[in-house]
Write a protein that binds this ligand. Structure first.
Ligand code: UDP
Ligand code: MG
Length: 314
C-alpha cells in the first residue's frame, strides 16, 4: 500500500501568493504521487482577504486539497496545530509556509530522509537571514542567545518550521497539551532523530510578512516563559546582592567606629534597609520556586516520549 504524505500550510492573508504556491507545490506533489498518496491541508488563519475563496476553489477542483478555516486570526502556532491534528493520520506530515520562502522542491529530499534513511524528522535549517530586515535579524539573534543561555531545551536560531515528520513525531508534538505554543521549543523538546537540511532563505514570492516587531516580541516572551523558569529565580540573585550590600554597610560602619568618632548612623540605617530587602527578596524567591513547580506541573507535558519499542500490542 502507498504511504501517505500530508502537507500542512498555514495561510494568513496570502491571496497574492496562494495560486503560485499551489502551482509550485503541485509540481512536486505530482512527482511524488507515484509513490505516495498526497494531501494538502491548508489552514486559513482568519484571513481578511480572498484567501478562503481561493482555498475553496482549489478544493473544488482538487480532491486532495483540504482546508480548515478559523473564525478569526489565532496565529501561526494555532494554524500549525490545527493542521497537524487533522494530518496526523498520514504516515508523513510536512509543514510549509504559503509564501514560497520554503522551496517546495525540498519536500522530495525531506521525504527521502524520513522514508528511506531512517530519520524521524527532516527539517530545514536556514543558512542566512537574507531578505529580512536588519533590525529584525539583530533582535532575533539576541533573543536566541539569551534563551539558549537560560533554557534547558536548545532552541536553534536557524531551525525552521519547514519540515517533514513521521506520524509518531507529530503524535509526540500533539501530546504536549500547552495552549501557549512555541513550536521551535516543542519540536526541540520532543527530540527524535533529526536530519537537518540547509536551506537558503528566499524572498517572499508575493504579499507581506505577517510578523510585526510587536508580534515577534510576544513570540520571544512565549519562548522564554514556556521553556525556562529562570526569570522566577532572579529574586535570589537580587537577594544575594542585598545581602552583600548589608554586610558591606555593616563592616563600613564598624570600621569607621573603630578608627574614629565617626557617626555610623547612616550606614547602619542602610544596612537595615538592605537587610530587610534581602529577606523580602529571599521570600519572593522561595515563592518563585514553588510557582515554578506549579507552572511546570500545569503544563502537563508528557514525562517522556518513546521513540521505538517492541512492546506494542502485547
Ligand atoms: N501565518 C499564519 N498566521 C499568522 C501569521 C502568519 O498562518 O498570524 C502564516 C503565513 O501565512 C505564512 C507563514 O505563517 O504561510 C509564515 O508567515 P510569514 O511569511 O508572514 O512570516 P516570515 O516568513 O516573515 O517569518
Ligand atoms: Mg515568510
Amino acid at each position: 500500500m502507498k504511504k501517505s504524505l500530508a502537507l500542512v500550510v498555514p495561510c494568513y492573508n496570502e491571496q497574492e501568493v496562494l495560486p503560485l504556491f499551489y502551482e509550485e507545490v503541485g509540481k512536486v506533489l505530482k512527482k511524488l504521487s507515484a509513490g505516495f498518496l498526497t494531501e494538502l491541508v491548508f489552514v486559513n488563519d482568519g484571513s481578511a482577504d480572498g484567501t478562503l475563496g481561493i482555498l475553496k476553489d482549489l478544493a473544488e477542483k482538487d480532491p486532495t486539497v483540504k482546508y480548515i478555516s478559523f473564525s478569526r486570526n489565532f496565529g501561526k502556532e494555532a494554524a500549525m496545530l490545527a493542521g497537524m491534528e487533522y494530518a496526523v493520520k498520514a504516515d508523513y506530515i510536512g509543514i510549509i509556509d504559503a509564501d514560497l520562502q520554503h522551496s517546495p522542491e525540498l519536500i522530495t529530499e525531506m521525504l527521502y530522509y524520513v522514508d528511506q534513511e531512517g530519520f524521524d524528522v527532516a527539517a530545514a535549517r536556514r543558512e542566512d537571514r537574507a531578505g529580512e530586515a536588519k533590525l529584525k535579524s539583530a533582535l532575533s539573534g539576541g533573543f536566541y542567545k539569551v534563551i539558549n543561555k537560560i533554557s534547558d531545551t536548545k532552541i536553534s536560531d536557524s531551525a525552521q518550521d519547514f519540515r517533514v515528520m513521521k506520524r509518531k513525531v507529530v503524535e509526540a508534538v500533539l501530546s504536549m497539551p500547552e495552549s501557549i505554543r512555541f513550536s521551535k521549543g516543542i519540536f526541540s523538546w520532543v527530540g527524535f532523530n533529526v536530519k537537518w537540511i540547509s536551506h537558503e532563505n528566499r524572498e517572499r514570492a508575493a504579499g507581506e510578512t505577517k510578523w510585526s516587531i510587536r508580534k515577534l516580541f510576544r513570540y520571544a516572551i512565549d519562548g522564554i516563559l514556556g521553556y525556562t523558569n529562570s526569570p522566577l529565580r532572579l529574586s535570589f540573585l537580587f537577594s544575594a546582592l542585598c545581602c552583600f550590600l548589608t554586610v558591606f554597610a555593616l563592616v563600613y560602619a564598624l570600621v569607621r567606629t573603630i578608627i574614629g568618632d565617626y557617626n555610623a548612623t547612616m550606614p547602619i540605617i542602610l544596612a537595615g534597609i538592605f537587610g530587610v530587602g534581602a529577606l523580602i527578596l529571599l521570600a519572593i524567591g522561595i515563592l518563585g520556586e514553588y510557582l515554578a513547580r506549579v507552572y511546570t506541573e500545569t503544563k502537563g507535558r508528557p514525562k517522556y516520549i518513546v521513540a521505538e519499542t517492541n512492546t506494542d500490542g502485547e
